[in-house]
Design a protein around this ligand. Structure first.
Ligand SMILES: Cc1cc2nc3c(=O)[nH]c(=O)nc-3n(C[C@H](O)[C@H](O)[C@H](O)COP(=O)(O)O)c2cc1C
Length: 174
């Protein structure tokens, strides 16, 4: 199991080009289920979701981001929100939203889908709420664009461990 998780973590890439094949609602529910099994402070589960498989709504959302081409190409979108009335600690609730979204990306990958976490659209989060008919109680964290990948040739890079580990305190076992 551990091996599968580590493999999925490393294999997952942001997917920004999709086939036209629709994504079934059942798969969106599996992805949201993975999201809600993320940890949250006090297990307060402050996340809320809107699923979108409607081309007209996607087009309206596309007009609100620099990444319009991705939003328009994606057969499905999931908008991830924090419910401000369920929050208890801003930092911890935002951390929980991040954990939730990462779970969703990994679940999408496992299901053979591709996904990308879209953050630039937050610049227009008020207008997104208007399109999705949500009040200010809901604070947009991300829009996840989803679909079947057109290809899987995406590459990504990470810093080396020596660039990110500041100190290793304690004995190294031989
Ligand atoms: C908070 C956050 C916001 C992001 N916003 C965007 C975005 O608006 N548009 C986009 O194409 N990718 C976006 N990404 C995806 C990153 O560009 C991507 O994760 C990064 O380049 C590493 O590539 P990888 O996901 O394939 O490993 C975002 C990722 C995160 C975590």
């Amino acid at each position: 199991m551990e091996q599968h998780i580590q493999q999925a973590i490393k294999e997952r890439r942001s997917i920004r080009e999709f086939t036209e094949e629709p994504v079934e609602p059942e798969l969106l529910h599996q992805i949201i289920t993975a999201g809600i099994w993320a940890p949250s402070g006090l297990n307060n589960q402050p996340w809320r979701f809107v699923t979108i498989r409607d081309k007209d709504i996607s087009a309206r959302l596309a007009s609100l981001t620099h990444y319009a081409h991705i939003v328009e190409a994606a057969p499905a979108l999931i908008a991830v929100y924090l419910d401000k009335e369920k929050m208890y600690d801003s930092v911890k609730d935002h951390q929980a939203a991040g954990a939730c979204i990462q779970n969703m990306l990994l679940a999408a990958h496992e299901l053979g889908l591709g996904a990308v976490w879209l953050g630039q659209i937050l610049k227009n989060k008020q207008q997104v709420n208007e399109v999705l008919q949500l009040s200010e109680q809901y604070d947009l964290m991300a829009v996840v664009a989803l679909g079947y990948p057109l290809h899987r040739t995406q590459q990504s890079r990470r810093l080396a461990l020596e660039d990110v580990i500041l100190h290793e305190l304690g004995g190294i076992t031989p």
